[in-house]
Design a protein around this ligand. Structure first.
Ligand SMILES: Cc1cc2nc3c(=O)[nH]c(=O)nc-3n(C[C@H](O)[C@H](O)[C@H](O)COP(=O)(O)OP(=O)(O)OC[C@H]3O[C@@H](n4cnc5c(N)ncnc54)[C@H](O)[C@@H]3O)c2cc1C
Ligand code: SF4
Length: 338
């Protein structure tokens, strides 16, 4: 049985208090929300904080506000994944996000796991998500305690994979994230929150708290999310495809296609998106977009399934998500009501 290392558990009631506690704890402190990723990681000694600053007692982080009359919808980072995918307005207007949250793991983990924790999820790799003893037996790797990358031994960087379901959707939707630090508050596009590095995968300062996700007004666009995994539950995505299109009557006026599970960050596919802009999303345009996403998608050999098959599935899943959007448009233009 894997045991947690000893730590102090701090339970602030406000954002201010949490920020102060984290500063006082220094580099030995970490925030914890639902704990569904961090606590198993601590059992495997991936992270070994001496103090955990719990965010679950801060009510302000659990609010969902706005979204009526074409305004931005603000979702608190502490909203659970269950709340996210069962919330009426989110299901109705942000069905792709509700779908992504619904596809995370299992009901128990979704009841505890939060939207913010999902966006801050640690990157994953077959050589990293192992017990301490397993990792020690191979002399560790550069993501934690070691010097080499076992996936690409001559590489100077870590290629661990962004495996969050909601991250690619949040980027595809063009959401904004609010980060509050001890003396700062900043708003940044979701795409700028992530970094293509398996070790430094977030641009967030360790003391900053992700407080809020601002979703764009729900008008004139549609989005979809498809997830590939071995089993129909529990498993992390080995591929996530998030697509977003803005319609101008029958034409695609703008588009974004973002892949999860193929890089250390949610990877935008601008060439694939360009292939459908100005089209009616007819089959040849969809095929061009699927090919354009297939070419640069370079899954690494550090998650489930064979590489060539995973790469081929990029083409299939991009095609499938775009066909879903086209079918919905033809059926009346509304968004999918999950
Ligand atoms: C068996 C199993 C299966 C899983 N399957 C999936 C899956 O299919 N898809 C998927 O996406 N995830 C999966 N997960 C991972 C996890 O359950 C979810 O990603 C969950 O949303 C994490 O949220 P949390 O609140 O529990 O995060 P925590 O574990 O509390 O925190 C995760 C990280 O985020 C930081 N953090 C959390 N909230 C904030 C905040 N507001 N501001 C700053 N930093 C913050 C923490 O410091 C920590 O580094 C799985 C986990 C397990 C154990
Ligand atoms: S990609 Fe390389 S360095 Fe990163 S976790 Fe895997 S083996 Fe370790």
């Amino acid at each position: 049985m894997l045991r947690l290392p000893p730590f102090t558990y701090l339970r602030p009631k406000s954002l201010r208090q949490a920020l102060r506690m984290k500063v006082d704890a220094g580099p030995d402190g970490m925030y914890v929300a639902g704990g569904t990723d961090l606590l198993p990681n601590m059992k495997r000694r991936h992270q070994t904080p001496r103090a955990l600053v719990a965010l679950s007692g801060i009510r302000a982080l659990r609010r969902i506000t706005g979204g009526s009359g074409g305004s931005t919808l603000s979702v608190g980072a502490g909203v659970t994944l269950t709340h996210l995918h069962t919330h009426k307005r989110i299901r109705r207007h942000y069905g792709a996000l509700a779908r992504a949250a619904e596809l995370v793991s299992s009901p128990l983990l979704r009841n505890m796991g939060t939207f913010g924790g999902n966006l801050c999820l640690d990157t994953r790799c077959n050589y990293y998500n192992q017990t301490y003893e397993w990792r020690k037996a191979i002399d560790f790797c550069m993501k934690k305690d070691g010097a080499i990358c076992w996936v690409a031994p001559s590489s100077p960087r870590c290629w661990a994979v962004s495996s969050s379901d909601t991250a690619p959707v949040t980027v595809a939707l063009g959401a904004e994230l609010v980060l509050v630090g001890p003396d700062t508050e900043r708003v940044l596009p979701a795409a700028d929150f992530f970094s293509d590095d398996g070790i430094r995968y977030l641009t967030k300062h360790p003391d900053e708290i992700l407080t809020e996700v601002r979703l764009p007004p729900a008008n004139g666009w549609d989005a979809a999310y498809w997830k590939l995994r071995r089993r129909g539950t529990i498993d992390f995505p080995v591929l996530g495809v998030a697509v977003w299109v803005r319609w101008d009557n029958a034409l695609v006026a703008d588009a974004r296609i973002v892949l999860g599970g193929v890089a250390s960050y949610p990877k935008p596919m601008p060439e694939a998106a360009a292939a459908i802009i100005g089209t009616e999303l007819e089959e040849p345009a969809i095929a061009r977009a699927a090919n354009a996403a297939f070419q640069p998608a370079k899954p690494m050999d550090n998650t489930d399934f064979g590489l060539a098959w995973r790469k081929e599935m990029v083409r299939n899943y991009v095609r499938g998500t775009l066909q879903e959007l086209r079918a919905r448009r033809k059926a009346g233009g509304g968004k999918r009501e999950a």
